[in-house]
Design a protein around this ligand. Structure first.
Ligand code: SD4
Length: 321
């Protein structure tokens, strides 16, 4: 089977364009002449954005840009929440989730609960490009990734880890402390959208738990006519509301990305027993290159980038209504 070259694009001239870190609101004005445009979650969203812009500068496609940006965060695995260095599940090892979406053709590829795969985002892209399926999980996802040459590590000792865990008392409530996801949305020079995300999910999750991130419409969504949205935070509080799908639908109704993200937080908080104590954050990017971000109950750092380079931003938690 022909092997796609991993999109580990080296940083090129665009790195010279990197902007300074500033704090600014989540919203941005239309910048159609500034395409490509990228937005990524958390401080590492800036690194992802730099790599995505570098991929564009090197002639890569929007999917190359998404894959390059997310791969770098998986490679760094430095935040303890993405990649094999991510947060272990309750049995002591990471099970990773990733998703990639292309606006053109409304295509999607996702992997969930995959073990020992260094770049789940690349496995997800292979699912999209070389299978008739959208989502592969667990062992099947690993087989598929290995078959497509995605870098891997052995998982032989997982059996021992599982047995040791089974021998212990199953934790009554999974430790949700610590969780981050790289979600990256891109708009290419031609005005088409793509998105990707990767995460080890909630720390201490039960083995087999799948969060919002690899589920299109929950943790990430793209509609090439309208825009894209990504989520981070406690997946259970996102996926019960199909949140990123709804953010894109809010934009279809005429809201700008900032208002759409905020509205989604308010909508969930209005009906959820937790109110605003949801620990969720959203980013959005519309077809015009406008960006937005919102968080339920914490300060939320993210990063945007365009032809001028990348810029760190943050928003405060929404003001409860
Ligand atoms: C999950 N939403 O698995 C992911 C984790 C995350 O910030 O984004 N944390 O629930």
């Amino acid at each position: 089977m022909p092997m796609r070259q991993p999109s580990r694009t080296p940083l090129v001239a665009s790195l010279l364009l990197l902007g300074a870190c500033v704090s600014a609101p989540g919203a941005s004005a239309p910048i159609e002449n500034m395409r490509p445009v990228v937005i990524g979650t958390w401080p590492f969203g800036q690194i992802a954005g730099e790599h995505a812009l570098a991929a564009f500068a090197a002639g890569g496609s929007r999917l190359d840009a998404v894959e390059a940006g997310v791969r770098e965060i998986e490679r760094l695995s430095s935040d303890g929440s993405v990649g094999l260095g991510g947060r272990p599940n309750a049995a002591g090892y990471p099970q990773l989730d990733a998703c990639i979406l292309d606006g053109v053709g409304h295509r999607a590829g996702c992997v969930a609960g995959v073990e020992g795969i260094v770049h789940p985002i690349s496995a997800a892209r292979w699912v999209m490009e070389d299978s008739k399926h959208v989502l592969l999980v667990g062992e099947g996802a690993r087989w598929f990734a290995l078959e497509h040459g995605v870098e891997s590590v052995g998982i032989e000792d997982l059996t021992a880890k599982k047995q040791a865990w089974v021998a212990r008392e199953r934790p009554a409530a999974p430790d949700r402390a610590g969780h981050d996801t790289i979600a990256l949305l891109v708009l290419d020079a031609q005005g088409h959208l793509a998105a990707g995300c990767s995460t080890s999910g909630a720390g201490g999750k039960l083995p087999g738990r799948v969060g919002d991130s690899p589920i299109p419409g929950s943790g990430i969504y793209v509609d090439d006519e309208i825009g894209a949205a990504g989520a981070t935070g406690i997946g259970e509080n996102v996926m019960r509301y199909c949140a990123t799908y709804q953010i894109v639908e809010f934009m279809r109704e005429g809201m700008d990305p900032q208002r759409a993200c905020e509205e989604m937080i308010h909508r969930i908080a209005r009906v959820d027993p937790r109110g605003y104590k949801l620990d969720i954050c959203f980013i959005a990017l519309d077809k015009h290159g406008r960006t937005g971000a919102a968080a339920s109950n914490q300060k939320f750092p993210f990063a945007v980038g365009d032809l001028h380079g990348t810029q760190a931003r943050s928003v405060e938690a929404v003001v409860p209504r």
